[in-house]
Design a protein around this ligand. Structure first.
Ligand code: PLP
Length: 394
């Protein structure tokens, strides 16, 4: 009796569920400490102390009807102002509160912007490898996902193919940098080229193409790498931000969209996003968390803890003979699947109690994702298994 569209979504969901259950089963047989689950991007570093202090202070001292009440569907005005000022101070932009819409995490933000922009059969371009949920977010509004094949040399987007695949129906392009699953940060050179292709194609087709920058990992970067702020390179950019990773608050569902005033049809897009937040049933982003993030605007998790895992894994795996790009951000390592078949390789890893995700889920077969947002002991504990695994393929 469920809708036709939901049938395959439910089936796909059971595959992910099965992986989770398998992890539980392994833990029951071998003991929790002997299972190395690198399958999920759930932050392992605790939220900064400022978050707890802010929650206690707000609950204790602020008016309950303000803290827990309804507000503008786009969020509290004062919170939006604080967020805009913070972005300006960090990136030299000139946003005001009206350019910010508080959202239910990045996922809520992406759904809201697609609801606002997409007509049936509008095309949304993604660069493989990409976060698999984009398929569902685009399909929710009857859009068509158009994949650009991966550039496995350095995992920067394949811009030649991109140029060819833009059509009169292209409504949006998603970029995710630092990237899930590769950890790669798109360079300024890449962004400039991408922006100029979009400008050229907008002119050619007489359309507006929105660049959606999905950046929940912006704060998780290593070795001082710079992540370009995309509104400065292309005016039709919408930024989707989330505190799920930067403050380790994924269950609290808080983030925001940035809609620059200079984007095409700004007033209508803003109005549509505001209504979309309401009618998708979110109504508004969680009220307490809006007030918390405004108080913790300069706080972020201790990235050094992830960095230690990154160094340990990368140095050891490459020494064992695995091939991967050294990630510059996020908390993922994307390794070439030994033997070439990512499903077979993930299954072989499971025999060593190591759980990793086949790259096919990210539109990139032949690779597997290791989420190293785990305790350091899990990283060191898994190394012997990774070493045995490589020997099995020699
Ligand atoms: N986009 C990417 C690339 C992600 O990896 C995730 C979550 O892992 C999301 C969006 C969703 O994030 P949120 O928890 O803020 O909805």
């Amino acid at each position: 009796m469920i809708s036709e569209k939901m049938v395959s979504l439910v089936q796909n969901s059971s595959v992910i569920r099965a992986m989770f259950e398998e992890g539980r089963e392994l833990a029951n047989i071998y003991g929790e400490e002997n299972v190395f689950d690198f399958s999920i991007g759930n932050p392992s570093v605790e939220p900064p102390i400022e978050v707890k202090e802010a929650i206690i202070d707000i609950i204790t001292n602020d008016s309950p009807n303000l803290v827990h009440g309804y507000m503008n569907n786009s969020g509290y005005e004062d919170v939006r102002e604080v967020v805009a000022k913070h972005i300006n101070n960090t990136h030299g932009t000139t946003f005001v509160g009206e350019n910010i819409v508080m959202t239910v995490g990045a996922a809520g933000g992406l759904n809201v912007i697609f609801k606002a922009l997409l007509n049936k059969d509008d095309e949304v371009i993604v660069f493989a490898p990409y976060f698999g949920e984009y398929r569902n977010y685009v399909s929710n509004y009857d859009g068509v996902l158009v994949e650009i094949s991966p550039n496995t040399v350095d995992f920067q987007p394949n811009l030649d193919e991109f140029k060819k695949k833009i059509t009169i129906k292209t409504k949006a392009v998603i970029v995710n940098t630092p990237n899930n699953p590769t950890g790669v940060v798109y360079s300024e050179e890449t962004i400039c080229k991408l922006a100029s292709i979009l400008e050229e194609k907008q002119k050619e087709f007489g359309t507006s193409i929105y660049l959606i920058s999905d950046e929940p990992y912006r704060e998780l970067v290593y070795d001082g790498v710079e992540v370009p702020y995309l509104t400065k390179y292309y005016k039709n950019t919408v930024v989707g931000y989330s505190y799920s990773k930067s403050l380790s608050l994924p269950g609290e569902r808080i983030g925001y969209l940035v809609l620059p005033s200079e984007m095409d049809d700004f007033l209508n897009v803003s109005a549509a996003v505001n209504v979309a937040n309401r009618i998708l049933g979110y109504v508004n982003a969680p009220s307490l968390m809006q007030r918390v993030v405004a108080r913790c605007i300069d706080a972020k998790v201790d990235v050094e803890i992830y960095n230690r895992n990154r160094e340990e894994l990368y140095n050891n795996l490459t020494a064992f003979g695995y091939h991967c790009i050294k990630p510059q951000g996020a908390f993922y390592l994307f390794i070439e699947a030994l033997g070439g078949d990512d499903f077979a390789f993930a299954n072989a890893a499971k025999k060593h109690n190591i759980l990793i995700v086949p790259g096919t889920s990210f539109g990139c077969p032949g690779y597997c994702r290791i989420a190293y947002c785990v305790d350091y002991s899990k990283v060191t504990g898994a190394l012997a298994g990774f070493e045995k695994l490589v020997k099995e393929y020699q």
